[in-house]
Design a protein around this ligand. Structure first.
Ligand SMILES: O=P(O)(O)OC[C@@]1(O)O[C@H](CO)[C@@H](O)[C@@H]1O
Length: 327
């Protein structure tokens, strides 16, 4: 079992409009609703790869009820499917709900896809206010879930209001004490503090990496992030693929050509690729290839948390992994 934490879970709405024009009124052609927030997307991708995942974080209000109903419906649809890859067999839901109920209302996140340009505009609500008692309650649940011995834990996304800015640092320390490998995917101050708690992997994008290290060149920035505490740094570089700096080497990887589509959730699929490779104890270059192929295949699917399986199968053997050197 892999554990993903989404403290600021979301009901993810994707709107498709013929053409997005600022200040204009639009007719939405298609609406898609999914359980969202980064860790929930990671879990769905892992589920599609055949891995069992438990999801936790906060959930509340009517949007939270809808989110949980969607998770339950997915679990029902998945039960009985054979695993494409990975250890989960049929008969058990791939994604188990261990979300913690709070008084506030789960946020909505809206992605508006412009069908003319292919660009996506993302609008994320701040999320519910979490009280100190609710945060303490979450810590109890988190410790209990760590006690079940997951193969890895992923801490993903923004913090909702009220949660301490050092929350991820606390969760990283707890995972390390329990000897569970921990991946951190967040930004800003929570990332800076989380880094100092020495996670096994951090997965910033190029902008986040530059923001916390003050260094624009990705390889130098990744090495700087490593010196600040992360054992390995996997940086997503958009259309340029990914860069990985680990204890025993540095590699970059990309798909042969740029794919058009909705990039929302591509980073989450990369996290799923890294985690699945970790769970199977693959060498770093193979984990990186999987992350890059899954990320690109996600761009070809209309919503976050899903990927185009045919594209993934076709891309995986074509990913070029190279040793990375400082220019
Ligand atoms: O506000 P956060 O937690 O940073 O990001 C939330 C979010 O935009 O990220 C996902 C894509 O990665 C979306 O599905 C989701 O709603």
């Amino acid at each position: 079992m892999i554990l993903t934490v989404t403290l600021n879970a979301a009901l993810d709405l994707t709107y498709r409009v013929p053409h997005l024009v600022p200040h204009a009124s639009h007719r939405v052609r298609e609406v898609t609703e999914r359980p969202g927030g980064k860790g929930l997307n990671v879990a769905r991708v892992l589920g599609a790869l055949g891995f069992r995942t438990t999801v936790t974080g906060f959930v509340g209000g009517e949007t939270g009820r809808v989110l949980r109903a969607l998770l339950a419906a997915n679990a029902e649809a998945e039960t009985g499917k054979e695993g494409a890859e990975g250890p989960a067999g049929g008969g058990t839901p791939r994604v188990t709900d261990a979300l913690v109920q709070v008084a506030g209302r789960t946020r909505r996140t809206v992605g508006v896809v412009d069908e003319t340009t292919g660009d996506t505009t993302q609008l994320n609500e701040p999320g519910p206010h979490i009280t100190p008692e609710e945060w303490d309650g979450f810590l109890t649940v988190y410790r209990e879930l760590l006690g079940r011995g997951p193969a890895a834990v992923a801490l993903c996304g923004s913090l909702p209001p009220g949660v301490p800015v050092g929350a991820y640092a606390t969760l990283v320390r707890e995972a390390r004490t329990a000897r569970i490998p921990v991946l951190l995917d967040t930004s800003g101050e929570p990332l800076r503090r989380g880094l100092a708690a020495r996670p096994d992997i951090v997965k910033p994008n190029a902008e986040e990496l530059a923001g916390i290290t003050g260094t624009a060149e990705p390889l130098r920035a990744a090495r700087a992030a490593q010196r600040r505490g992360a054992h390995a740094v996997a940086a997503s570089l958009g259309a340029d693929g990914m860069l990985l700096v680990a204890q025993d080497g540095a590699w970059s990887a990309a798909v042969p050509e740029r794919l058009a589509g909705n990039p929302t959730g591509a980073g989450d699929s990369a996290v799923a690729g890294l985690l699945s490779g970790l769970a199977e104890d693959l060498p770093w270059p193979d984990r990186l290839a999987r992350a890059v192929a899954l990320s690109a295949a996600t761009v070809r699917s209309p919503v976050a948390g899903e990927f185009d399986e045919a594209t993934y199968a076709q891309l995986l053997p074509s990913v070029r992994v190279r040793k990375a050197e400082t220019p």
